[in-house]
Design a protein around this ligand. Structure first.
Ligand SMILES: Nc1ncnc2c1ncn2[C@@H]1O[C@H](COP(=O)(O)OP(=O)(O)OP(=O)(O)O)[C@@H](O)[C@H]1O
Ligand SMILES: [Mg+2]
Length: 265
């Protein structure tokens, strides 16, 4: 067991670029650090494995449904601790890759009457992140995750916005909800996606209006589009591509350079 690792979440409006930013940040961490990384796809649509070129057999949603079903059918003997069972099943869903482990949350079914399973799950996930020095969370679109407290304890929250009113408004609501629902967030940053130099002034004025520091912005990158169309993993994007250059700057601005190889004390 290590101490508590750094947890970074990526949220924002639907289609703003959360998954792209998560994948490129992972690429940066793989190439620049020696850290053990956990990546969590917290979006029920489970897009991240494809974008990373990783395989997922089962989601956390599937195994918790399996547990709920077995409880319902009276199949679990009273001597078996449900927490231990679920914990083992969640660990089995982990997709182990060369430099990172990937966990997909999937859909949670049977919400409401299964608060027990859900709260056990939260604890299991909290424990899991302690085994990694860095955890990246690719959140679902919008605001729901805040009330469900999926990202209740993060060190760095990146809110991605594209150049749209809706993108900025979602960022503003996320910022407001953080204090309304009392979740613990270390530092919040705004990340622009599909911005160019001209549009960057609107990003800066939105950021001061909302009261969130800008971590940087990614340009609209044809290479990202073509990788997406060809189904090529973004981890293979060349280091010279404009969006990766932007991520290098963002990594520096949010303080990740302290994890760089050879720079750790
Ligand atoms: N900087 C960029 N340049 C070009 N295309 C991009 C860029 N960022 C994202 N895209 C494309 O835009 C689409 C949406 O991006 P992405 O999946 O990262 O958004 P998201 O916020 O994760 O969406 P969702 O809310 O559906 O999870 C994808 O097809 C992606 O390839
Ligand atoms: Mg996504």
């Amino acid at each position: 067991m290590m101490g508590k690792g750094l947890v970074i979440s990526v949220s924002g409006k639907g289609g703003a670029g959360k998954t792209t930013v998560t994948a490129l940040l992972l690429k940066w961490l793989i190439e620049n650090t020696e850290e053990v990384i956990l990546v969590v796809d917290a979006d029920p649509a489970t897009n991240l494995p494809d974008v990373l070129g990783a395989k997922i057999e089962k989601t956390v949603g599937m195994v918790s449904k399996q547990l709920k079903d077995q409880i319902n059918m009276g199949k679990i003997p009273p001597t078996v601790a449900k927490k231990d069972l679920l914990e083992a099943w969640v660990h089995q869903t982990l997709s182990e890759n060369d430099r990172f482990d990937l966990l997909a949350m999937g859909r949670s079914e049977g919400e409401g009457c299964y608060c027990y399973v859900n709260s056990v799950l939260t604890r299991i996930l909290d424990n899991l992140t302690e085994n990694y020095s860095i955890t990246l969370l690719d959140m679902e679109a919008g605001l729901e995750h805040l009330s469900r407290r999926t990202d209740h304890d993060v060190d760095i929250m990146l809110i991605v916005t594209d150049p749209s009113k809706m993108g900025f408004e979602t960022a503003k609501r996320i910022k407001e909800l953080i204090s309304e629902v009392h979740i613990k967030v270390g530092k919040v940053f705004l990340v622009g996606n599909k911005f160019n130099h001209q549009l960057s002034s609107s990003l800066n004025s939105a950021s001061s209006m909302i009261g969130i520091e800008v971590a940087g912005y990614l340009p609209n990158d044809d290479e990202v589009s073509s990788y997406n169309m060809l189904g090529k993993p973004l981890l293979e994007l060349p280091d010279t591509s404009p969006s990766y250059k932007a991520i290098e700057q963002i990594a520096q601005n949010i303080g990740l350079t302290r994890f760089k190889r050879g720079e750790k004390s």
